[in-house]
Write a protein that binds this ligand. Structure first.
Ligand SMILES: Nc1nc2c(ncn2[C@@H]2O[C@H](COP(=O)(O)OP(=O)(O)OP(=O)(O)O)[C@@H](O)[C@H]2O)c(=O)[nH]1
Ligand SMILES: [Mg+2]
Length: 192
């Protein structure tokens, strides 16, 4: 059966969220970490807008698979060039969504394989653990960019930290390595 993914909605206000009767899988992480690109790989499409510059996604963007699953592309954090008022409104929307939304199935937090966890990632994980502890999974992105043994070993260390200290499941991915995408996709579809 061919999967039919469609763009559903771009949401700027809590009251405009779609109905909450379809499970939602969130992709979040620092700006430019590769959220929208990964969504395109998983859906084998170009539905999510990507950019080489940070700050591309500026709303909660919903994609839907035949009324069985939604993917939510979140705006990235840690990018300072957004006008303050817009940033404040987006933060409020994200906060409220994460606290109130009843159909959150999973939240993938993306970390750049090369850069690892930054202070802001730690803060976000701590906050998320309060409401969504068992729904959080870590994805290390852009693993094709690791060039030498030192960088690859560093990723292994980050993996170990996630497994042992954060006690969470993780995935190492690259949009250029289809096997990594297949593994992730299977996990998403099999555990709905
Ligand atoms: N080499 C490599 N580049 C990647 C990979 N994934 C994403 N990129 C690149 O990283 C840049 C940012 O990708 P986006 O998907 O727009 O990042 P984002 O996290 O959605 O960014 P914001 O919407 O600004 O928060 C783009 O230039 C992508 O082509 C990957 O697996 N490997
Ligand atoms: Mg994006």
């Amino acid at each position: 059966m061919t999967e039919f993914w469609e763009f559903l909605k771009e949401v700027h206000e809590f009251n405009h969220l779609p109905s909450d009767n379809v499970p939602e899988v969130i992709f979040w992480g620092r700006s430019n970490v590769g959220k929208s690109s990964l969504i395109n790989s998983i859906t084998n499409s170009k539905i999510a807008k990507t950019s080489k510059n940070p700050g591309r996604t500026r709303a909660l963007v919903f994609f839907q698979l035949q009324k069985t699953l939604r993917i939510v592309d979140f705006p990235g954090y840690g990018y300072s060039k957004i006008p303050k008022l817009d940033e404040y409104k987006l933060d409020k929307l994200i906060d409220k969504y994460l606290q109130k939304r009843r159909n959150i199935n999973k939240l993938f937090l993306l970390i750049d394989s090369k850069h690892g966890f930054k202070k802001i990632d730690q803060i976000i994980i701590n906050q998320l653990n309060v409401h969504l502890k068992n729904k959080i999974f870590i994805i290390f992105t852009k693993k094709d960019r690791l060039k030498n043994k030192k960088e690859k070993d560093l990723l292994k260390n980050y993996n170990k930290l996630v497994d042992e200290e954060l006690d969470k499941k993780f995935f190492n991915t690259s949009i250029k390595e289809i096997n990594t995408i297949i593994l992730l996709k299977k996990f998403i579809l099999n555990s709905l």
